[in-house]
Design a protein around this ligand. Structure first.
Ligand code: PLP
Length: 395
């Protein structure tokens, strides 16, 4: 008889987005004239920038011509895109990536979830709470031992290592989803020193790095000395360039990382060449255009627009004296709602027609907090914040 992976039974059912959808539907039915504003969107809303669209068109045309048609590409990604990523790290972050360390993929979700394949079940996996749920679920699927580190108001939702913290693999996400909190260089240095001392690994998710506008904040963990010996970095063009539906990301696996005499880079290459046949040529050409001067400038304009929305939200919370993280170097604003986060969701929907995301959906430590996002239009964000203020002032 077929035997299933029993670990799937241990996955917690996620009712977060379906419950939100049902509540919104019921509200709309009861209030057909209400204009709902969605500040729960975790997806980009601005279209691809022109240099990317042009590159996608040109590459599509190449595929229709015998002389320029391409079949299977390198599993690790085309050299032109790997070089563009390396050049971007040099230019934007002052980081020199080692040859052969960049792997192009179809996005950060698959890489971050697949990377855990390379490790034995006998590791302790340490995951922040609250955080992007994929870290947890991809490890539960493999029956891994998981321990949580708590994000709280006291640590600004940026958990730090302590001498007695046990674990082998540590996930860090900065800027964080859902809290928008960003580690400083000093804080990341503590993590890197801790990992090197313990012989542990850091999985660093930098999916929102391009939202960092403060030049003192690190956008890559490799801006910290020693990280090339203990950290793998996952990144994506989803939020940088609106590629959520186009799909392209990259993972950096430094050749310096050796565990038990084995190169992690070589293991990941082996895994990818066996289980992945590469990101589409057309998409890689579109991604290459993101890193050109013109392409990146256009992407930055979209990011500035989202950050402008985030500022509208952050300014409102400042005015109302509500505690929050994020909103400056991140599209996410994580506010303290001072009540059960589902009750707050209901209140915001019923009294303001605003949809956000209850913090408890991202982990137990998210209870009492609420996520708003900057991905709606400026006009809607301004109107939502006016409604929000009215609600608070009536309280
Ligand atoms: N990492 C974080 C922290 C995210 O929030 C997301 C998407 O929302 C991803 C990774 C997934 O990115 P991608 O679209 O590249 O798979």
């Amino acid at each position: 008889m077929v035997k299933l992976n029993q670990n799937y039974k241990a996955l917690q059912q996620s009712y977060l987005f379906s419950t939100i959808a049902n509540k919104v539907k019921a509200f709309q039915q009861a209030n057909p004239d209400a204009r709902i504003i969605r500040l729960g969107i975790g997806d980009v809303t601005m279209p691809l920038v022109t240099p990317v669209v042009d590159a996608l068109k040109n590459a599509s045309a190449e595929m229709g011509v015998k002389e320029t048609f391409r079949g299977y590409g390198d599993e690790q990604g085309y050299g032109f895109l790997i070089d563009a990523v390396a050049d971007y790290y040099k230019r934007e972050m002052g980081v020199t990536l080692g040859a052969g360390s960049v792997f192009i993929s179809d996005g950060a979700k698959s890489d971050v979830a697949n990377f855990t394949d390379l490790f034995d079940n006998d590791n302790v996996i340490v995951i922040p709470d609250p955080v992007y749920p994929v870290y947890m679920d991809s490890n539960v699927m493999l029956g891994r031992k998981i321990s949580l580190i708590r994000g709280t108001e006291e640590n600004g939702f940026l958990p730090m290592p302590t001498d007695d913290l046990e674990g082998d693999i540590f996930y860090l996400c900065s800027p964080n989803n859902p809290t928008g909190a960003v580690y400083t260089k000093q804080q990341l240095k503590q993590w890197v020193d801790f990992a090197l001392k313990k012989g542990a690994l850091i999985f660093f998710d930098a999916a929102y790095e391009s939202f960092i506008v403060d030049p003192d904040l690190p956008r890559s963990i490799y801006q910290i000395e020693g990280a090339e010996r203990c950290a793998v970095e996952f990144c994506s063009l989803s939020k940088t360039a609106g590629f959520t539906g186009t799909r392209c990301g990259y993972t950096i696996v430094p050749k310096e990382i050796e565990i038990d005499g084995q190169s992690l880079n070589r293991m990941w290459l082996r895994r990818q060449t066996t289980k992945y046949n590469g990101t589409a040529y057309i998409i890689q050409r579109g991604a290459e255009a993101v890193f050109t001067e013109e392409g990146y400038r256009a992407c930055k304009e979209n990011i500035a627009y989202y950050l402008g929305n985030a500022k509208v939200i952050a300014d409102t919370l400042d005015e109302l004296g509500i505690w929050y993280t994020g909103g400056i170097n991140s599209p996410y604003i994580w506010l303290k709602c001072g009540m059960n986060s589902w009750d707050f969701f209901d209140r915001l929907l019923n009294e303001c027609g605003i949809v956000g995301t209850p913090g408890s959906g991202f982990g137990a430590c998210g209870e009492g907090y609420f996520r708003l996002t900057a991905f709606n239009t400026r006009e809607n964000t301004i109107e939502a914040m006016q409604r929000f203020k009215t609600m608070f002032k009536q309280k």
